[in-house]
Design a protein. Structure first.
Length: 563
């Protein structure tokens, strides 16, 4: 089925597959699956798993299924299912006609449970949850066998049938695999494989009153779907003996479970439980808040599928857990935007400049390239007039050393325009705040005119009569600590300045027709995205995707120099 060379150099998972091709294991077939639990929105860690599972299948001319692990109706919602489907498609992957649910297999899972009971490999246990934990033992002490472990096959079958028919209350009884209470692996100490749960299921309604546990449903679902390589994150490594035991005990098709290191990102939490807390307790506006590490949050912020796939490819597939610097993710979007994003001028904190010697009734159209990194994008016209706005931070009344922007008596170049000189300052009489600057311009220094005059500073600007007012949201890390998971209360290190909203920003008139979902580089300010939710009509909201400062590029450059 595959044409992949046995010698393909790659990650350790691909190396395992290459060996399987050599031995003709699984008939040189590769079939993976992405099995999310629909109890929340997917995050960047899931993106790594999506790219790996679908990518490995594609690389080896194989198949990848999308399967929802919907075995816990108390926490699952159709909203999450739809969001997961949207995220996978947005990332650029297609499961074709291979979308499944664990609930598709409830009948078979039940039949296999009955088979385990009949072969003496499962029993109904009446211990409470607290008693079960006490009997389980510790990492250094073996567990104790349940007093119900020796029930007869007939009694277990009868009790399991009564559990299924709803005769017992939740928590009264469970079905456990009969393995080894003295095993050094706690997961093998007679794990629970079915529990009573009187909750309506989003697909099966009230038909079932017992539901399988994930560790039981997962390997059997893999087997039913003829999965060859069941790729999981590292926390499932200790569960692999149970995965193997169940498939061997049932004597059914046996996929191979392979574990890889999950993605941990600095200044971020990846726990669905913690992300849910942030949403439900109002620390963020929702699962798609641009500060969230969810795929929908990254999409709302302005990240592209290509940048996320590039990031997942760069970090590779490891066997040991580690934390990846968020600067690496930011580097991926900068690299893509550097070539693709049109350059425009936007002033976030405006300060008026009046050019006294420029004619009051004159408006010039200046030529500006859309992207110097991509000349094929062409040029645009910029209006220039007597009154303009510059960034307030680009002026200092008492400048520090090496301040090459505007200050009294200094000269700067206006991007695509002229050199101007600051002549005087106007202040508010009550507050002392600078309200406007009066400058003069040198008409011989228009960009492209051949003037040889040079100055050290170049500023961006917008023409006052032509500027468009917009809202800009400057996003920063949601947490102030690099590893918020290590804190006693991760919410205590939420960054109070993670979102700064600027409502009086001005952009050049070419953005009047900016489409929702389009991306731009605001010169000197970063890459921005027209928010597709809050931008309505002519009222535009721009989210800053990322600043222009690329720390990861500097790290890589330093490493290459050292080599």
């Amino acid at each position: 089925m595959t044409t992949t060379s046995f010698e393909t150099p790659s990650n350790f998972i691909q190396n395992i597959i290459n060996e399987d091709f050599k031995t003709n294991k699984y008939g040189r077939r590769v079939h993976t699956r992405f099995p999310p639990e629909p109890n929340g929105y997917l995050h960047i860690g899931h993106a790594k798993s999506i790219c790996l599972n679908f990518g490995i299948a594609a690389k080896n001319s194989g198949l990848c299924n999308l399967r929802f692990d919907d075995t816990n109706p108390a926490k699952e919602e159709v909203e999450y299912i739809e969001s997961i489907k949207e995220d996978v498609k947005w990332l650029g992957f297609d499961w074709g006609d291979r979308m499944y649910y664990a609930s598709d297999y409830f009948e078979q899972l039940h039949e296999y449970a009955v088979k385990l009971i009949k072969t003496g490999k499962a029993y109904v246990c009446d211990l409470s949850a607290e008693e079960t934990r006490a009997y389980r033992g510790t990492l250094t002490e073996p567990g104790k066998e349940s007093p119900y472990r020796s029930r007869s096959v007939e009694e277990n079958l009868a009790l399991f049938r009564r559990m299924k028919e709803g005769e017992f209350e939740e928590g009264a009884r469970v079905l456990r695999a009969k393995i080894d209470m003295a095993s050094p692996n706690l997961n093998m100490r007679d794990p629970v494989i079915y529990r009573i749960m009187k909750a309506a299921h989003h697909r099966t309604g009230s038909k079932w009153l017992i539901y399988p546990m994930y560790d039981y449903a997962h390997p059997i679902s893999d087997s039913i779907e003829s999965i060859t390589h069941s790729i999981c994150t590292l926390e499932f490594e200790d569960h692999r003996p149970l995965y193997d035991w169940l498939l061997e005990a049932l004597d059914i098709f046996h996929p191979q479970q392979i574990e890889f290191a999950r993605l941990n990102l600095s200044y971020t939490v990846m726990s669905k439980r913690k992300l849910r807390q942030l949403v439900e307790e109002g620390y963020v506006s929702g699962w798609d808040d641009p500060r969230m590490p969810t795929i929908s949050g990254l999409r709302r912020r302005g990240y592209t599928p290509g940048a996320i796939r590039d990031f997942c490819d760069r970090i590779g597939v490891a066997k040991a857990n580690s934390t990846v610097d968020i600067a690496m993710l930011e580097h991926s979007i900068r690299e893509e935007m550097n070539f693709q994003a049109p350059r425009v001028m936007a002033v976030l904190r405006p300060l008026k400049v009046i050019i006294d010697n420029y004619p009051e009734d004159r408006v010039e159209e200046l030529e500006a390239e859309d992207n110097p990194e991509n000349p094929d994008m062409g040029t645009r016209k910029l209006p220039f007039s007597r009154e303009i706005f510059i960034e307030r931070d680009d002026f200092s009344e008492n400048p520090p050393k090496k301040f090459f922007r505007l200050f009294p008596g200094s000269e700067v170049r206006l991007k695509h325009a002229y050199i101007i000189k600051c002549e005087r300052i106007v202040k508010d009489e009550k507050t002392g705040e600078i309200t406007e600057l009066h400058c003069t311009y040198d008409p011989e220094t228009r960009s492209g005119s051949g003037s040889t005059r040079k100055v050290k500073g170049t500023l961006h600007w917008v023409s006052a009569p032509h500027a468009i007012k917009v809202e800009v949201r400057l996003y920063n890390s949601l947490f102030t600590r690099e590893n918020p998971d290590e804190e006693d209360d991760f919410k205590a290190c939420i960054n109070p300045e993670s979102c700064e909203r600027l409502s009086h920003c001005l952009v050049e008139p070419s953005l009047a027709q900016a489409a929702r979902g389009s991306r731009y580089q605001f010169l000197r300010n970063g890459y921005f995205f027209v928010d597709p939710v809050d931008s309505k009509g002519s009222a535009m909201v721009f989210n800053r995707i990322v600043s222009l400062k690329d720390t990861w590029a500097k790290i890589m450059k330093t490493e290459q120099t050292l080599k």
